[in-house]
Write a protein that binds this ligand. Structure first.
Ligand SMILES: Nc1ncnc2c1ncn2[C@@H]1O[C@H](COP(=O)(O)OP(=O)(O)OP(=O)(O)O)[C@@H](O)[C@H]1O
Length: 296
């Protein structure tokens, strides 16, 4: 699969301090890539480079195969929803739609009107007079009307209520399925990302600590539920990260492949043994050292 976004060894230094310290990243076309990491690790700075509004100190940022900084033809194919959307003066959604039409050749007015029913927004009211969540919805509405090839979402759902979030994500994912839209989204909400992302990038202190293809099973950690015979004890060699029990049902997070862990536990002749899928949160915590060290 071709990559829609390719970042190579990107550095950005502010006042002598690196905000990005050699970030590399590949986002396949049509992927939904979640970018997570603690406050200040560089997510928004990376997004600003992907939008082409920030000049790298060094390194390369390619979007849709071209360097993006000061490249209007590529920027016209990228829609960006920043964490604090900016709207001109007292413009309404309709006014911003007119502005976007002038800036983005792909802006689809018919699509804009078609999407209106999904957003309970008075399209004639100045956007600055709307609530925070409504402004965030308006930014997504406008971004989806651009018919971009790449959609960058920087904590887009902050302030949006849960039902509206589901509607927003449905619309975004429909575009992914129907048009092969590529999405990069930053968020602190792993549960939300779990339902939508197929790739995850974990940033820390200006670096990309790990890239995970979520369609592939986790190699390093297995989650199992097991009911052991009375008196049986877990083998000493089993590297248990987390353990909980409900009655006689033990739920374990164990280092190792699912096959190995299953084999080890099967030797104890359990009355019940099942390997379960790892949640994103479990995978995230386990693959990054086994303790919850405040990544989010
Ligand atoms: N324009 C700027 N001038 C100076 N420093 C900046 C600028 N923009 C960002 N930084 C610094 O770069 C670092 C990364 O900030 P960034 O906003 O990219 O983090 P983030 O991962 O998006 O954080 P959060 O999760 O809080 O949104 C921070 O230390 C921040 O203070």
């Amino acid at each position: 699969m071709a990559s829609a976004i390719e970042v190579r060894n990107l550095r950005k230094v502010f006042d002598g301090t690196p905000a990005l310290d050699g970030v590399s990243l590949t986002v396949p076309a049509g992927a939904v890539f979640g970018l997570v990491g603690p406050n200040g690790c560089g997510k928004s700075t990376l997004v600003s480079h992907l939008c082409g509004v920030m000049r790298p100190t060094s390194g390369d940022v390619f979007v849709l195969g071209e360097k993006v900084f000061e490249n209007p033809s590529v920027k016209a194919r990228i829609a960006c929803v920043p964490s604090e959307p900016y709207f001109i003066g007292s413009e309404s959604a309709d006014g911003m739609a007119d502005f976007y039409r002038a800036v983005f050749p792909g802006f689809d007015l018919a699509r804009y009107f078609e999407l209106e029913k999904h957003f309970e927004i008075d399209h004639t009211k100045p956007l600055r007079k709307l609530s925070r969540g409504m402004r965030a919805q308006a930014a997504i509405w406008l971004a989806l009307s651009i018919r971009a090839d790449v959609l960058l979402l920087d904590e887009p759902m902050d302030g949006i209520d849960p039902l509206a979030r589901r509607r927003m994500w449905r619309l975004v994912l429909d575009d992914v399925a129907e048009r092969g839209l590529t999405v990069l989204v930053t968020s602190h909400n792993l549960r939300e990302l779990e339902g939508v992302c197929d790739h995850l990038g974990i940033m820390d202190k200006g670096t990309m600590r790990e890239e995970v293809d979520l369609s592939q099973p986790s190699e390093g950690v297995a989650k199992v539920q097991v009911v052991l015979p009375e008196g049986a004890v877990l083998p000493a060699g089993l590297s248990v990260i987390q353990q909980s029990n409900e009655g006689r049902v033990l739920t374990l997070l164990v280092r190792g492949s699912a096959g190995e862990v299953r084999e080890t536990l099967a030797a104890l002749h359990p009355s019940y043994l099942e390997v379960l899928p790892l949640s994103l949160e479990e995978r995230f915590i386990c693959e990054l050292g086994g303790d919850d060290d405040g990544i989010m």
